[in-house]
Design a protein around this ligand. Structure first.
Ligand SMILES: Cc1cc2nc3c(=O)[nH]c(=O)nc-3n(C[C@H](O)[C@H](O)[C@H](O)COP(=O)(O)OP(=O)(O)OC[C@H]3O[C@@H](n4cnc5c(N)ncnc54)[C@H](O)[C@@H]3O)c2cc1C
Length: 381
């Protein structure tokens, strides 16, 4: 029996384990390890922030995967030893024939030089903290920004800014909202089309933008950039710095030139050093030059599951690696979807992904609701 070990129960690990169970049935023993024991749907964290969702609405117990024949272990991954094909966890040693690393990227608000005037909806606790700070907020300056690169979901600080403006205006409030970013233009790495499109959204909804702004400190209502430039605020909401999980950063899978994230071959998503080790999702996003997005984790997981099934069964499963992604945003007044095809960028053939913005109309808000329901039903019904 082939032993397949999947590390992480986010979209990457979830889809990989699910597809492998479907493709391999009783030909493999599939074990998924996650330290929390639940799956989280992070795009809805912004709705937790504005009170449209409670944390339990967007979480599901991973134990439900056992009915698909997946063994779920709630434990912390502490060591990855690909030379000896085992993983050390808080629940003991787990050996494997194939390993899929889907441990994501950890949001680290503790790495911001900031006090309690700043909140960060990139985690459940952070989203609830922002909700408390937002309660009763009717008038004043809101700064929304990104602290450092890389962070999950590159357009999310913009989505956050629009959503906050909308919520406060629905209270007949008068928010003055500004996005600060270390990029000199909004969505700069996504190319001129995206820059212009986001500038139009900012203009249309009266949200300011300060580019080239790398935060050094946010304390007592004053945000100071490394350049010395300062902005006063009443509420500051930030995408925090992110780091790879320690177990990966300290393993032979890590690459220092990409901040300790995992290196993979873009054609196969295998480790270049270990043929039986694959990586999917945020943990390999820097290696591929992609933004961190669940949709990439999803498609990569399908591709990797098909490759393993192909090797185990000796058949070709026909999954190709879809390098495109869609991010649906709730901007409050309207919804919009950003679609980008990254294949040229990943292959080194173009500087920017090929992007298009869909929507910018109310009808796109229900699309985001629908996707959330579909996702949580599909895997956990
Ligand atoms: C506010 C916000 C909005 C977003 N919006 C979108 C969007 O609209 N569209 C989109 O595509 N993406 C969006 N994303 C990004 C998306 O959520 C991530 O890119 C996606 O979750 C990455 O999936 P993953 O499986 O690689 O990692 P993760 O989802 O981070 O999962 C990793 C798992 O590994 C576990 N883990 C970590 N370390 C250990 C350890 N040492 N031991 C055991 N378990 C461990 C964690 O508990 C976690 O369950 C958003 C993210 C945020 C924060």
């Amino acid at each position: 029996m082939t032993k397949i070990l999947v590390l992480g129960g986010g979209p990457g690990g979830l889809v990989a384990a699910h597809n492998l169970a479907k493709l391999l049935k009783d030909k493999a023993e599939i074990t998924l390890v996650d330290k929390t024991g639940y799956h989280l749907f992070p795009p809805s964290l912004l709705w937790v922030m504005v009170g449209q969702r409670e944390p339990e609405d967007i979480m599901r117990p991973l134990s439900r995967l056992s009915k698909h024949g997946i063994k779920v272990v709630e434990a912390s991954v502490e060591e990855i030893d690909p030379d000896n094909s085992y993983v050390g966890t808080s629940a003991g040693r787990l050996d494997y024939d194939y390993l899929i690393v889907a441990l994501g990227s950890a949001p680290r608000p503790d790495l911001m030089n900031a006090d309690e005037t700043v909140c960060s909806p990139w985690t459940v606790e952070g989203a609830l903290d922002c909700r408390r700070k937002l309660a009763g907020f009717k008038k004043g300056k809101i700064v929304v920004g990104a602290w450092d690169w890389p962070y999950k979901c590159p357009p999310a600080p913009f989505e956050t800014a629009f959503l906050l403006k909308y919520v406060v205006e629905q209270r007949a409030g008068e928010p003055e909202v500004t996005v600060t970013h270390f990029w000199s233009e909004p969505m700069e790495p996504f190319g001129p089309y995206m820059v212009e499109s986001f500038k139009k959204f900012l203009d249309m909804y009266g949200v300011g933008f300060r580019g080239g702004f790398k935060p050094a400190e946010a304390k007592s209502g004053r945000l100071v950039a490394e350049s010395g430039e300062a902005i006063e605020y009443d509420l500051a909401v930030f995408a925090p710095p992110h780091t790879p999980p320690k177990a990966v950063a300290e393993s032979p899978l890590a690459d220092e030139s990409i901040w300790g994230y995992m290196r993979v071959d873009w054609r196969t998503l295998r480790s270049p050093k270990y043929d039986n080790v694959f990586g999917v999702g945020d943990i390999v996003a820097p290696s591929l030059g992609l933004g961190m997005a669940g949709i990439f984790a999803h498609f990569q997981a399908e591709f990797v599951a098909a490759q393993i099934a192909d090797e185990v069964l000796g058949t070709y499963m026909g999954e190709h690696y879809n390098m495109s992604g869609v991010c649906v945003m709730d901007l409050g007044y309207v919804g919009a979807a950003v679609y980008c095809d990254f294949s040229g960028k990943v292959k080194g053939e173009s500087k920017y992904p090929d992007c298009v913005i869909l929507g910018g109309m109310r009808a796109f808000r229900p699309l985001k609701y629908a996707f959330e329901r579909y996702w949580l039903e599909k895997w956990f019904a």
